[in-house]
Ligand binder design. Structure first.
Ligand code: 5GP
Ligand code: MG
Length: 179
């Protein structure tokens, strides 16, 4: 697929103002808690990089990476942690940062895994939320956008490892598909 099949859904400007709004909400809750901000690789890296630069209070950053096996493009299969935390989160205030909550399986798995390590608090910030696809209940504490049931790329989101560098969030249209 080439870039002619890309259609902008959420512009860089809209993303910027959402990031600022989310950072302000997060600041209210975490400014005096030295939270551990945990990004889920790979998709959240662009969002996390912007978000933390609007968090003007002490915090620390870690990453985890999940992988699912056995179900192709969905995460309904077996989830495993392929890059785990290297610090203890016991007694820490934790904020998980995700690019998109789709079926909810990844985030539900991670939140359960983290909660079993006894953090002082555990919250979720997701830039985008695709509720029409949800399979498990997930509480999103800080949400950027509700998005339709379309495949999104850009701003960290990939198709076959491509398009993560796009500044906007776009939809990929099939060749021949009407607007
Ligand atoms: P879930 O476990 O909620 O079904 O899916 C979470 C992961 O699936 C996301 O972190 C993301 O990596 C991937 N994903 C879900 N929907 C999309 C989408 O529209 N575009 C892209 N690029 N990835 C998606
Ligand atoms: Mg992801």
């Amino acid at each position: 697929m080439d870039s002619s099949n890309l259609k902008c859904l959420i512009s860089r400007e809209e993303i910027d103002s959402a990031v600022k709004r989310l950072a302000a909400d997060i600041k209210q809750d975490f400014h005096d808690k030295n939270p551990l901000v945990i990004g889920i690789l790979k998709g959240s890296f662009v969002f996390l990089a912007d978000l933390v630069r609007d968090l003007d209070f002490p915090h620390e950053i870690e990453f985890v990476r999940l992988s699912s096996y056995g179900s192709g493009s969905t995460t309904a299969g077996q989830l495993t942690m392929i890059h785990d935390l290297h610090v203890s989160i016991e007694g820490r205030h934790v904020l998980v940062v995700e690019d998109i909550v789709d079926t909810g399986n990844s985030v539900a798995f991670l939140m359960k895994y983290l909660s079993e390590k006894n953090p002082a608090s555990l919250k979720l910030c997701a830039l985008t939320d695709k509720p029409s696809r949800r399979q498990v209940d997930v509480k999103i504490d800080y949400r950027g956008f509700i998005v339709p049931n379309l495949f999104l790329v850009g701003y960290g989101l990939d198709f076959d490892e491509k398009y993560r560098n796009l500044p906007d969030i776009c939809t990929l249209q099939e060749i021949g598909e009407e607007e």
